[in-house]
Write a protein that binds this ligand. Structure first.
Ligand code: CS2
Ligand code: MG
Length: 402
């Protein structure tokens, strides 16, 4: 069996997505997601110019060998562009293997460890009353886990909150938007948000919050401690994680669980955080962390330290990644939760999928392989549109972590 064709499809049904399609000499093909928000064409070129040519003639059944070939063979290891490209190939090959076997991917991984996958949705409000209303809507939709983000009094823009209300999409067309940030205002307000949520809704629902890399370690420690009475499921990305030792300081002060890893792309990025048990949930994703093959390695390593998975699932990872993630989640023994932000209707139409959402949980479906396809004709109707993630500055103009 041989790969005879590999191509990259870039489409913008509401937002940009990069998809790899790998075709075999037996008529079976597989697809993989290679979307890296705001830097899409770098991965598209990596695939088109450097990876697709060397895939031709390879046996698609040898997934591990192909993974090692692309990882070790490039000499230049890791990084989001490289690892997203490898991930797309890996996903496509697992898709092919599943189709050949006539089995959904989760069956190839070892079968289902649970009936369905618990997902968390985003309740976001420009102010406290709106945030609480959104939280109530999520409870009505059946979510058992809800992330809450809220506008902060005195601050013009906050991560995770749309200016006009409605679904959050951080990437914007044109020049990167500039947001301003005050850790002081944020730290003063956030405990009041959680107090209000627990007062009104009680403790039945898992409560999550994303700090989005904004605090220093000691500030993060203070926040974690202040939030303890509200028993969070997790506090996400409390401080940038390039320096993993920083999390020791946070851990010395608080038992609020910590989730990190959405911008990580290899097991090496999370090694110290996991082996020193400095985090509770690892948020790497199939697309950005080297595909199913590498995610499996990360999850197995994490399981040795009772760290559970909590994969990133924003709208900027395509419905192809969502399918792969759900197969993985259904199998992985140390599953925690899966993020699900949802998609614009146009994106759902371009990517016909077997996965489904119902009452706060999801299932990947039982179609062979990933159970996700791409409608290429429809995709061609939505050409690529340059878009950037915002940048954040402190109130005095200093560039900060967005
Ligand atoms: C976020 C993302 O989902 C999350 O937790 O942190 O929205 C992230 O900002 C985007 O994926 C960036 O592209
Ligand atoms: Mg996040």
């Amino acid at each position: 069996m041989k790969i005879i064709h590999a191509e990259v499809i870039v489409t913008c049904p509401g937002r940009n997505f990069v998809t790899l399609k790998v075709v075999t000499d037996q008529g079976v093909y597989g697809i993989g997601d290679a979307t890296l928000n705001g830097r899409e064409l770098a991965v598209a070129s990596y695939l088109k110019d450097h990876v697709c040519p060397v895939l031709i003639g390879r046996d698609p059944r040898n997934i591990e060998d192909t993974w090692q070939y692309l990882y070790k063979g490039a000499y230049w290891r890791r990084g989001p562009v490289t690892m997203s490209a490898i991930a797309a190939v890996d996903m496509a090959l697992w898709d092919i293997k599943g189709k050949m076997a006539g089995m959904p991917l989760y069956q190839l991984l070892g079968g289902a460890s649970r009936e369905r996958v618990m997902v968390y949705g985003h309740a976001t409000g420009r102010d406290l009353p709106e945030a609480l209303d959104k939280y109530a809507e999520h409870i009505d939709q059946g979510f058992q886990a809800i992330r809450i983000q809220c506008g902060v009094p005195g601050m013009q823009s906050v991560y995770g909150v749309t200016k006009g209300g409605g679904a959050y999409e951080p990437a914007t067309k044109g020049w990167p938007q500039e947001e301003s940030w005050s850790s002081e205002k944020y730290l003063d307000f956030i405990p009041r948000l959680f107090e209000a949520v627990r007062d009104r809704f009680g403790f039945e629902t898992h409560l999550l919050h994303d700090v989005h890399h904004r605090l220093t370690p000691i500030e993060a420690a203070r926040l974690g401690k202040a939030l303890e009475p509200y028993r969070l499921f997790w506090m996400e990305d409390p401080t940038p994680a390039e320096n993993q030792e920083a999390f020791r300081l946070i851990r010395q002060h608080t038992v609020t669980p910590i989730a990190v890893g959405e911008i990580f792309n290899s097991i090496w990025d999370c090694k110290q955080l996991i082996e020193e048990q400095l985090i509770d949930y690892i948020r790497t994703t199939v697309t950005h962390a080297g595909g199913i093959t590498h995610m499996r390695r990360i999850a197995d390593f994490a399981s040795m330290y009772q760290v559970r998975t909590g994969a990133h699932g924003p709208s900027d990872l395509s419905p192809v990644c969502m399918g792969a993630a759900l197969h993985f989640d259904l199998w992985v023994p140390n599953f925690g939760v899966q993020e699900y932000m949802g998609y614009p209707q146009a994106a759902l139409d371009v990517f016909p999928h077997a996965w489904e959402f119902r009452q706060g949980s999801m299932h990947p479906g039982d179609a062979p392989g990933l159970g996700v396809d791409i409608d290429e004709k429809l995709a061609a109707r939505y050409p690529y549109e340059p878009a950037y993630l915002p940048v954040a500055r402190l109130e005095d103009g200093t560039l900060w972590n967005w």
